[in-house]
Design a protein around this ligand. Structure first.
Ligand code: A3P
Length: 286
């Protein structure tokens, strides 16, 4: 899309079912349509709060499902192979996908997802790194409000005034329903620590057997650098959506960058909020 076209589009935020959405990429009509969408039970669903490693897992799962050799699909972009169900274009454009993706909260997904019929892979990331990644993404994206400064962004994030709303609600809601679902939970941090094991775990969840060569090929095609260079994964064909002089989608791809952004006082404040809202949450982030 041409940047001048994007500039003309409205990027107002709106609330729907208590979650913040962006008028340029979401509509209430489509969000309501999604609830009754009849998903094919053979297609898995990747769920995440934005900036948690979604694209990385889209690539991993797509490669697992195609045995790392998606010849027919070779020139198809990753976002077409694994479309987001909540974007209105999904209804009119998406065809022949092998995986579906969503950032929606549990209460907004298709009803069929709330059963054991659909395989769900949920990826989560340390919220402080999500904040940092999201802060840069808000500066880089033409369709999101540019943050005033980091302090203001952390406050907006805690209030859920950023796109897709509250991180706390997202992870708590999904996790609290996991036993009713066909659900695999993975973290960005474990992918960084031992990607091979995560790929094996995801493949086994999807009932796919990977031979040694396929596994090596997947590992090769999922590195930060190869995804950054690959035109199918680096969003270069929609570069008009972004201010290319203000960053990159593949920014750093590391664990712990929050330490370079949070002041001691901001860190203490966020820790106290985290304690208040997540003390009983069973997953501990590195
Ligand atoms: P950073 O902004 O910290 O670099 P999402 O896909 O959910 O929007 O998440 C984007 C984050 O995942 C970005 O984090 C991006 O760099 C990181 N990421 C994407 N692919 C990656 C990969 N192959 N290895 C490590 N990190 C990756």
């Amino acid at each position: 899309m041409d940047p001048s076209e994007v500039a003309k589009m409205s990027f107002e935020y709106f609330q729907h079912n208590g979650v913040t959405f962006v008028s340029m990429i979401h509509s209430i009509e489509h969000l309501e349509w999604v609830k009754d969408f009849k998903m094919d039970p053979d297609i898995p669903l990747l769920v995440s709060y934005p900036k948690s490693g979604t694209t990385w897992l889209q690539q991993i799962i797509s490669l697992i499902l195609s045995n790392a050799n998606d010849t027919g699909e070779k020139f198809k972009n990753l976002y077409a192979k694994a479309p987001w169900i909540e974007y209105p274009l999904f209804k009119t454009v998406s065809r022949d996908y092998q995986l579906l993706t969503t950032h929606l909260n549990y209460h907004m997904v298709p009803n069929i997802v709330k059963s054991k019929m659909i395989k769900i892979i949920y990826v989560a990331r340390n919220p402080k790194d999500v904040i940092v990644s999201s802060y840069h993404f808000h500066k880089y994206s033409r369709f999101l409000k540019t943050p005033k400064d980091f302090q203001d962004f952390v406050e907006q994030f805690v209030e859920g005034n950023v796109f897709y709303g509250s991180w706390f609600d997202h992870i708590r809601d999904w996790y609290s329903h996991k036993d009713e679902l066909n659900f695999l939970f993975v973290t960005y941090e474990e992918m960084q620590k031992d990607l091979r094991s995560v790929i094996e775990k995801v493949a086994s969840f999807l009932n796919k057997k990977l031979d040694a060569g396929t596994l090596e090929s997947i590992l090769d095609q999922c590195t930060f650098n190869s995804m950054k260079e690959n035109p199918q994964t680096n969003y270069q064909d929609v570069s008009g959506m972004f201010y290319s002089d203000k960053g990159s989608f593949y920014r750093k791809g590391i664990v712990g960058d929050w330490k370079n952004h949070f002041l001691v006082s901001q860190n203490e404040w966020f820790d106290s909020i985290y304690q208040e809202r997540m003390a009983d949450f069973p997953v501990k982030f590195d």
